[in-house]
Design a protein. Structure first.
Length: 493
């Protein structure tokens, strides 16, 4: 039955569709239609897989009939089912949005390459999430990374090439560290299957080589997820990439990297080794809190809104690291909640700025004066996303920050709760800068009248906006899914 092969199809379908988009060549609209249909199919598969594991079960799929640990295994549990939903759901919104968006931002002859790389990136991210093999994860990580470097370079601003090259260098360093870490684990255990790795690492005891492998992996994955202070590639990559690329990678790529970090810390090494032996939480909590404050303050002084949102993303990643570093079920629940919620809020914000870029040609705050009256739906979406970033009640941002504050207070770490609240207050200021320009300033007389963005851009944007409020009002699904996943990761029955 085809339902048995859904884990493989989750990755194989976009992987096979990618070269088809390139072969369609000058039939660019057909390439867009194909990639959009593939993204929707991936979402349907992810929904079916999530339904099968919603009660805590697991799906095991052995490629070629080779039983693990000899063959590559795809494994689905509640944790990666949630991330599969994030990636495929965001893709299903981004691909319909992309057609109009890229007409002004990507040269026509490069658009087949754009859809090809978007599908390759999607396949890589889905594969990273679902695979149960450490080396296969590295291969899929490189597929998504290489396609992302290309996507960023397609921006018409010449600085996109510099941003792409900078990301290439930093990403390659991160990938090299990950590969060295995986190599050390293979040398110690003789296996690459994650479940098998977990069993064998538990029997090794104290080992300098194991500690070295752990260190290489933390640094490598930290580079990929833009952990402070390894985040220097991210602001330029988000600022100069085409708008839909900025939105896609902001909502998915760093979230998948956070998932990989959680998978290694809890599933492969185990909480006892990661937090008791290696004390990694004493890195995560300070780095996360510094990111929340420092990069939020840096965001205040940005003139380009996409760049402002990029620094905001580093701060939001800081919240996730703090949640992981609290080493509690509530803290990990908060981190996983924010992983899901941040994808919704940052996706909505970047898509709204993509609509602004479609009409204005840029996202500079200096050019936003009075635009709120001329593009009410677009700027309304930005305000709604901004409320979520701040953490206003009835939005998803409030839910995850609430759980993070609860986790901090559970352990008596009230300074952590204070810094979380302070980060939200700083977010009020940088969101207000845009709101003030758009609604309280007059449009200059010499500036041309700006029309509202087309429906093809507004509908996907508002789907994410409405999701921000829906999951902020009724968080039973996300909280239930993430709390169950967090309990399982800590080894509780």
């Amino acid at each position: 039955m085809i339902s048995h092969h859904l884990p493989a199809l989750q990755v194989v379908v976009p992987l096979l569709a990618a070269p088809l988009c390139f072969l369609l060549g000058r039939y660019r609209r057909l390439g867009w239609i194909l990639s959009t249909l593939v993204s929707w199919l991936c979402l349907l598969i992810a929904l079916q897989l999530a339904y099968q594991v919603v009660d805590g079960g697991q799906i095991h799929y052995a490629f070629g009939g080779w039983a693990p640990p000899w063959g590559i295994e795809y494994r689905v549990d509640q944790l990666n089912a949630l991330v599969l939903l994030i990636v495929s759901g965001i893709a299903a919104v981004m691909f319909p949005y992309s057609w109009n968006s890229i007409q002004n931002e990507v040269d026509p002859e490069q658009q087949p390459l754009f859809f090809t790389c978007m599908l390759l990136c999607l396949a890589g991210l889905l594969g990273i999430t679902i695979t149960g093999d450490a080396f296969n994860l590295f291969v899929l990580l490189e597929i998504s990374s290489l396609s992302t470097y290309t996507l960023i370079s397609l921006g018409r601003d010449r600085r996109a090439l510099t941003a792409s090259f900078q990301y290439l260098i930093m990403g390659t360093i991160g990938a090299t560290f990950i590969l060295i870490g995986v190599g050390i684990l293979y040398m110690l255990t003789g296996t690459l299957n994650m479940a098998d790795l977990s069993d064998r690492i538990g029997n090794i005891g104290e080992s300098r080589a194991l500690q070295a492998g752990f260190g290489f992996l933390i640094v490598g994955i930290g580079l990929k997820l833009a952990m402070f202070p390894l985040h220097l590639w991210l602001p330029n990559a988000y600022a100069f990439a085409p708008s839909v690329v900025s939105a896609f990678i902001a909502a998915t790529a760093t979230k998948v990297a956070v998932y990989v970090m959680v998978r290694y810390l809890f599933t492969i090494f185990g909480p006892e080794f990661s937090f008791s032996a290696m004390n990694i939480h004493w890195l995560f909590i300070p780095a996360g809190l510094i990111a929340v404050l420092f990069t939020s303050i840096v965001a205040l002084f940005q003139r380009d809104i996409k760049r402002m949102l990029a620094y905001s993303s580093v701060a939001q990643i800081g919240y996730m690291l703090v949640g992981i570093g609290l080493v509690s079920t509530t803290g990990l629940t908060a981190a996983l909640l924010h992983l899901f919620n941040h994808a919704l809020m940052k996706g909505a914000l970047f898509l709204s700025m993509g609509a602004v870029c479609y009409r204005l040609g840029n996202t500079l705050i200096d050019n936003m004066d009075g635009i709120g009256r001329q593009m009410p739906w677009t700027m309304g979406a930005f305000v709604a996303g901004g409320l979520s970033i701040i953490g206003v009640p009835l939005t998803v941002g409030f839910i995850s920050k609430w759980y993070l504050i609860l986790a901090a207070l559970e352990q008596g770490w009230w300074p952590v709760a204070v810094i979380v609240l302070l980060g939200s207050l700083i977010a009020v200021i940088y969101v207000w800068r845009v709101v003030e320009a758009a609604y309280l300033h007059q449009r200059p007389d010499q500036a041309k009248t700006v029309k509202e963005a087309p429906a093809s851009l507004l509908v996907p944007t508002w789907i994410l906006v409405l999701a921000n409020f829906y999951f902020g009002i009724d968080a039973s699904f996300t909280v239930g899914f993430t709390s169950s996943a967090a309990t399982t990761l800590f080894g509780a029955p």
